[in-house]
Design a protein around this ligand. Structure first.
Ligand code: C2E
Ligand code: CA
Ligand code: CA
Ligand code: CA
Length: 275
């Protein structure tokens, strides 16, 4: 038993070392990724369940490394956050999304994801204003998506930034709603404009009654707090039908459209703007 205990420990230890080395390698590559233009944005449509029309796009970062290939954001964003590289990467995402959205054939909104360290910057409002000005994008066309992770930071900074951004006309969404521990208290303390229901709830729609009850109550919560609700991760007709029955107006997911390159997003807007 002792020996197997030690073997187990050894295996564990090797994993730890490989992870640390892998982490350092990723950090090094991330440092070069911005300068070497290895990032680009893709856009996923958010649609109206009634008309089927595209109402906005969410910008999602993609990293294509020459050797690693495509590295998913779920893999490198946490590394970038830990290593302090999320600020320049986040600034690049904000600026690029504003410039690209300014060229769309229809003035729909663009949503940008912000990591907690990015949203907690004291000069965030100035940065956003500069990005909008440089791109020539009206503030009303920008949404910022944040998660509950944000609330581990200084509450006063969060509140100041939210108030400042909303005064400019920028909208703020609470992403991955329902996955954290205190979603409800955030809604009371912070002035959000919209909630994005996490796809874990949407995915079970049509299957279990609990999922329907949860989505239903988030929708009525949204109505009474005058918040827009977006259902994320809609993959099947059954889920979409359920959401229509529940009168959820805004949906996003593979069924409506996968994240797509800029040119495809532009053609989609072009196609749907014709009579
Ligand atoms: P998120 O903000 O919740 O973004 C939605 C994720 O769900 C995206 O994954 C999207 O491709 C995926 N998705 C959309 N529809 C469906 C569906 O129907 N089914 C399934 N299974 N998945 C769907 P992606 O692009 O891999 O991004 C993962 C996460 O990485 C994002 O989750 C967000 O937290 C983070 N992220 C992505 N881009 C950025 C960025 O520019 N900045 C920051 N800070 N975080 C980002
Ligand atoms: Ca998001
Ligand atoms: Ca989400
Ligand atoms: Ca997420």
């Amino acid at each position: 038993a002792k020996r197997s205990g030690r073997n187990t420990f050894m295996v564990y230890d090797e994993h730890m070392e490989r992870d640390a080395a892998e982490q350092r390698g990723l950090e090094r590559d991330l440092l070069e990724a911005l300068a070497n233009r290895q990032f680009h944005l893709v856009y996923q449509p958010v649609c109206d369940t009634g008309s089927g029309e595209v109402m906005s796009f969410e910008a999602l970062i993609r990293w294509h490394h020459p050797v690693r290939g495509a590295v998913p954001p779920s893999h490198f964003i946490p590394v970038a956050e830990q290593a302090g590289m999320i600020l320049p990467i986040g600034a690049w995402v904000l600026e690029t999304a504003c410039v690209e959205a300014a060229s769309w054939p229809r003035p729909v909104r663009v949503a940008v994801n912000m990591s907690p360290p990015q949203f907690l910057q004291l000069d965030l409002c100035d940065q956003v204003r500069r990005a909008l000005d440089r791109a020539g994008l009206p503030p009303g066309r920008l949404d910022i998506e944040v998660t509950e992770g944000l609330m581990l930071g200084d509450e006063e900074v969060v509140l100041n930034n939210m108030v400042g951004l909303r005064a400019m006309g920028v909208r703020i969404s609470l992403d991955d709603f329902g996955t954290g521990h205190s979603s409800l208290s955030y809604l009371r303390r912070f002035p959000f404009d919209r909630i994005k229901i996490d796809r874990s709830f949407v995915q079970n729609l049509g299957g279990d009654v609990e999922a329907r009850a949860i989505v239903h109550s988030v929708l009525s919560l949204g109505r009474s707090l005058k918040l827009d609700i977006v259902a994320e991760g809609v993959e099947t007709d059954l889920q979409l039908r359920e959401l229509r029955i529940l009168r959820c107006r805004l949906v996003q997911g593979y069924l409506l459209g996968r994240p797509m390159p800029l040119a495809a997003a532009q053609s989609l807007l072009q196609a749907t703007s014709e009579p």
